[in-house]
Design a protein around this ligand. Structure first.
Ligand SMILES: Cc1cc2nc3c(=O)[nH]c(=O)nc-3n(C[C@H](O)[C@H](O)[C@H](O)COP(=O)(O)OP(=O)(O)OC[C@H]3O[C@@H](n4cnc5c(N)ncnc54)[C@H](O)[C@@H]3O)c2cc1C
Length: 471
């Protein structure tokens, strides 16, 4: 197989070429905003879908299917004639040559751009302890959510057949690290799965015996909200039977549990087979690649410090948006990415009509609020100074999430799945496979072994691989 880079053919070589990296909130909304503009857009992304990350936890806990929250980008953009989709992992960006190099299964493609919108998002951060990932996966991708579903359901299955009471307890202890919105939502749904959906389905265990522990180093759940919302959320979680442990820092994770250091300095161990990490984010490494070339800074989370028009210094044609950029302490939220995408598209369009980059208005984020569900019929939301909790918060959550799900089919099937789960007790997506549980660690092991055979990195002894079924 030849590895000579292929040059991506522009749709219309005489037109302005925009390359968008990423098909998430920033990338897709930027591409769609350029629909009516006289230019070509190439959206390069490592997945063939647009992922609605805020509902990943519902895939992990058997409520929604993958298709509900991840429509195919090719189909979403089918009618947008000035756009094309290129599947590939972007590995390099050359600001001088104005090219983006992506690879698909080892086949490199170089795509030239006149304007670039970088929206490659962020991954999980283990704060320097990447080895934790093997035993406590994060939840950023569809693969992560399906792996988690397998680990959660697999724990109940193993508990059903184990004869060792200690091991059964370990299997029925679920630990979620990080009490931000994702951790709160996931812990709430694991508890509801155990207490509402699974009772009566097993013969040797009582699923309601499951312990769900939500841990955080901070002193509040949902610390970004603080005040009343944090207090209400904590109470509601405890009423659901979730053990909320705050001021607790995780210092080690292995296949059978984790070690936690409390505020008074005491260390303790929690025995648990199924751990989930939702404690930190690290922006795409592409940020550092372009920042180094442009002389821009990146913050500790790898986000690029952009100019007020979301561009790199000295490169008014290169926009960095969404979870990859740092500006005015804006949070890592879908709205920040969507609005950034639309803003970048508008500046490119105005440039085509002769507007100078120096005349661009600064990006202004319009805060539409943020929200998190605790359980069915119960959510917290903050819109400006308005704080909403309980059922009204949940209705607001429902409406907003339906509004932003891409595609009529996704909305319809999501409404049906929610009816099954929220009005009844069932969950329609309870299938999981061994491959979903083991594939990530197996792939990482193969990559390590490849590295070892070429003498680069990796040690089999240091990384013993997962225990069967729940790792
Ligand atoms: C579990 C979870 C729950 C969340 N809940 C909420 C919520 O309730 N409300 C809210 O507002 N926000 C929420 N967020 C945050 C929100 O999803 C992000 O802020 C938003 O997705 C950022 O958009 P983005 O376009 O910057 O990145 P993303 O949406 O993450 O998109 C990044 C895109 O880049 C692609 N990509 C990455 N690297 C490469 C590469 N090297 N080459 C090619 N393509 C690449 C990815 O495949 C993806 O298509 C949540 C996030 C998570 C993970």
């Amino acid at each position: 197989m030849s590895t000579d880079p292929r040059q991506e053919e522009p749709l219309h070589p005489d037109r302005h070429q925009v390359v968008v990296v990423g098909s998430g909130f920033g990338g897709l909304f930027a591409t769609r905003a350029l629909d009516k503009t006289d230019l070509d857009v190439t959206m390069v992304a490592r997945t063939t879908h647009h992922l609605f990350q805020p509902l990943l936890y519902q895939v992990a806990t058997g409520i929604l299917s993958v298709g509900d929250i991840a429509p195919a980008t090719r189909l979403v953009l089918r009618k947008q004639k000035n756009a094309q989709v290129l599947l590939g992992d972007v590995e390099d960006i050359d600001l001088e040559k104005q090219t983006v190099t992506s690879t698909l299964l080892g086949r490199p493609t170089v795509t030239r751009y006149d304007s670039l919108i970088l929206a490659a998002g962020a991954g999980q951060s283990y704060f320097g302890n990447d080895r934790f990932a093997e035993f406590a996966p994060g939840m950023k991708t569809i693969d992560d959510a399906l792996e988690l579903r397998g680990r959660i359901l697999g724990s109940f299955e193993l508990a059903e057949v184990t004869t060792d009471p200690l091991e059964r307890q370990r299997l029925l202890t679920f630990v979620v690290v990080g009490a931000g919105p994702t951790g709160v939502e996931l812990a709430g749904q694991i508890a509801e799965l155990a207490r509402r959906t699974l009772p009566g389905a097993f013969r040797h265990i009582d699923p309601t015996d499951a312990r769900v522990i939500l841990l955080d180093g901070a002193d509040d759940v949902l610390p970004v909200y603080g005040g009343k919302i944090s207090r209400v959320a904590r109470n509601d979680l405890e009423e659901l039977g979730i053990e909320v442990q705050l001021g607790a820092l995780v210092t080690d994770v292995d296949s059978t549990g984790l070690v936690v250091k409390d505020k008074d300095g005491t260390q303790r161990r929690i025995e648990s087979r199924c751990k989930v990490w939702s404690a930190g984010v690290q922006a795409s490494p592409l940020g550092k690649i372009v920042a180094d070339q442009a002389g821009a800074e990146v913050d500790r989370a790898g986000r690029v410090l952009v100019r007020p028009d979301l561009t790199l210094p000295g490169h008014p044609n290169v926009f960095v948006i969404g979870d990859m950029m740092s500006l005015d302490k804006l949070p890592g939220l879908a709205q920040v990415a969507m609005q950034g995408g639309r803003y970048a598209a508008k500046q490119i369009e105005e440039g085509l009509h002769g507007a100078s980059p120096d005349a661009r208005p600064p990006f202004k984020y319009f805060d539409k609020g943020s929200m998190a569900t605790i359980s069915r019929f119960n959510a917290v939301a903050k819109v400006g100074k308005l704080e909403i909790t309980g059922f009204i918060g949940w209705v607001a959550w429902l409406v907003v999430h339906l509004m932003y799900l891409v595609g009529f089919r996704s909305r319809l099937s999501t409404i049906m799945s929610w009816t099954v789960t929220f009005l009844g007790k069932g969950r329609s997506q309870m299938a999981s496979t061994e491959q979903q549980v083991f594939a990530r660690v197996a792939l990482e092991r193969i990559q390590r072994e490849d590295g070892k055979s070429t003498g680069t990195s990796g040690s089999e002894k240091e990384n013993p691989g997962p225990d069967r079924a729940t790792g």
